[in-house]
Structures are given as C-alpha cells and as structure tokens.
Write a protein that binds this ligand. Structure first.
Ligand SMILES: NC(=O)c1ccc[n+]([C@@H]2O[C@H](COP(=O)([O-])OP(=O)(O)OC[C@H]3O[C@@H](n4cnc5c(N)ncnc54)[C@H](O)[C@@H]3O)[C@@H](O)[C@H]2O)c1
Length: 272
C-alpha cells in the first residue's frame, strides 16, 4: 500500500467500538493492520468484539471497561495506554445515543420533553466526546502527533424534529472539533489533527425503530429522510471506512478542524 495511507501498527482507541458504526470501523482498521483499543461499558460486548478482532489474521485488539463520561476512569485508561502501548496514534469518539424521554413523539410538543433525559443525552453525546478527548489527547500532545475523529450528525446543522438534546449535543461537537483543532495545532504540533464526520442516516440499533417498522418497511420519518436523500437510500456502515482511513493517515496531514458529511447528498439537497 502507498505509504501515504499506511496505518499498519498504528494504535487507535475507539469509544462505541462495539456499536453499529464503531463495530464496522474497528473491524476495518484491524483488517488494515492497526492495533485497536476498545473503550466501552459492557464487559461481555467488549470481550466478544475483541475476540472477533483478534481472530482476524494478525489482529491486535484490547479493551478497557470504562464509561467515557467518567473522568477518573478515563485518567486510569490514559495511564494504562501509556504503559502498555507507549503511544496513541488516534482516537475515534463514537459513543453516543438517545433515550425515549428526550425524543418527542409526533403528537408531543416541546413542553412534553423530559429535561432530565435531555440533559443525559447532551452529556453522552457531547461530554462523552469532550472528556475522552481532553484526557487522551494529552498523550498526543506529549508525543507530538495524533489524529482525533469526532462523530457529528445531520442534526447539528439544521433542526431535525423530535431530537432536541441530541441536536444540541452534536452542534456542540462541531464547535468542539474546531476548537480542539485550533488548540492542538497552534500550541502543541501541526501533526495533531482533530476532525469530525457527520454521518447521514445509517440504520443502527439506536435509530432502527425511528426509521423502520417491524416488517422492515420505512416509517413516515424514514420515508421523509429517503425522499430528502438524493441517493435515495440509507448509508451502510462500511461507507464510513474510507474517510476514517484518510483522516487517520498521513494522506490528510494538512486537514484539521473540518466536519465531513457522509450522507448520500442529504445536507446539500434543498428538498425541491
Ligand atoms: N447511525 C446513524 O445514522 C448515525 C448518524 C449520525 C451520527 N451517528 C452517531 O454515530 C455514533 C455511533 O452510533 P451508532 O449508530 O453506531 O449507534 P450504536 O448505539 O450502535 O453505538 C453507540 C455506542 O456507544 C456506546 N456508549 C453509549 N454511552 C456510552 C458511555 N457512557 N461510555 C461508553 N460507551 C458508551 C454504546 O454502548 C454503543 O456501543 C453515535 O455518536 C451516533 O450519535 C449515528
């Protein structure tokens, strides 16, 4: 492979690495020779995913049972990574999600929203990226290189109905990405880059019931999304892999502070 895109033996940490998108990305990275550190809350899911990654030829994966919202736990992980690996070449923040109380149904208004649930959703989708980034990027600051990828959303750009907390958090991810990119490049090294990917709509465990009915047909919301996606379909998780690979490799050495849409044209379409 061209050296520009070489990620062999590079060490990348992923939160949400057992989820739909993170599961696909972690498999792809291991298949391309990277070492993976999974950060997640559920031991059996981590164990199963690690076993699958290590079963890939020359696969190398380990995991830490950690809540990315817990700074103290993340500090322990940082020290363990420094001891066990010596360096960290990249971090992908995929942990995120929604909860029913923070998701309005079609017949509800803003006054029906559960504020406590909304705050929890903002916490996981925003602080769930801010905390691991600030803790683990110190390893990159010390070693003078690294690439961080945050996960934004179509909901960060314009109002998408029902998901207030999620939208507020993902809009926060966009400015946090730019802010960290500036901080790392100007104060530490031009070889530490921070970017975000804004996926369009990919069927996953957390949105399946919002987008499809039990028989697999689209819900009204699913149909509206497809109608506003010029490619006329949902994304497939592996369709993020190319951009992830580019952002983690030297091919993107002058790229930082960017938010990349991977959305089948959703964000560029006026609806008319
Ligand atoms: N699927 C889509 O269409 C889509 C679109 C835009 C953005 N995203 C974002 O992509 C990311 C991955 O989503 P997905 O679709 O794979 O969903 P998913 O539910 O399959 O994966 C999310 C993962 O985050 C983990 N997680 C949640 N809270 C955590 C915590 N406190 N500590 C550690 N791990 C935690 C979950 O256990 C899960 O493994 C999320 O940030 C999501 O908001 C998804």
């Amino acid at each position: 492979m061209n050296n520009l895109f070489n990620i062999k033996d590079k060490c990348f940490a992923l939160s949400g690495g057992t989820g739909t998108l993170g599961g696909s990305i972690s498999t792809y990275l291991v298949e391309n020779g990277a070492k993976i550190i999974l950060l997640g809350r559920t031991k059996y899911k981590l164990d199963n995913k690690c076993a699958a990654l290590n079963a890939i030829e020359q696969g190398c994966a380990t995991s830490f049972e950690v809540d990315v919202l817990n700074e103290a736990e993340m500090l322990v992980v940082k020290d363990k990574i420094a001891t066990d690996y010596g360096n960290l070449d990249g971090l992908i923040n995929l942990a995120g999600g929604n909860v029913p109380g923070a998701t309005l149904t079609d017949d509800q208004t803003i006054y029906d929203i559960e504020l406590k649930d909304t705050k929890n959703v903002i916490d996981i989708n925003l602080y769930g990226t801010i905390i691991p980034t600030i803790v683990l990027s110190e390893l990159m600051a010390n070693q003078g290189q690294g690439s961080i990828i945050n996960i934004s959303s179509m909901a960060s750009k314009q109002a998408i109905s029902r998901v207030l907390g999620y939208s507020v958090a993902k809009a926060g991810i966009d400015i946090f990405t730019k802010w960290m990119a500036n901080e790392m490049a100007s104060k530490f090294s031009d070889a530490i880059r921070v970017n975000a990917i804004a996926p369009g709509f990919f069927i996953s465990n957390q949105n399946r019931r919002l987008l499809t009915d039990e028989d697999g047909s689209y819900t009204t919301r699913g149909e509206a999304i497809i109608k506003n996606t010029p490619m006329g379909r949902f994304g497939e998780a592996p369709e993020l892999n190319g951009l992830v690979h580019y952002l983690l490799s030297n091919a993107s050495s002058f790229v930082t502070g960017e938010i990349f849409d991977v959305d089948g044209g959703f964000s560029s379409f006026s609806g008319v």
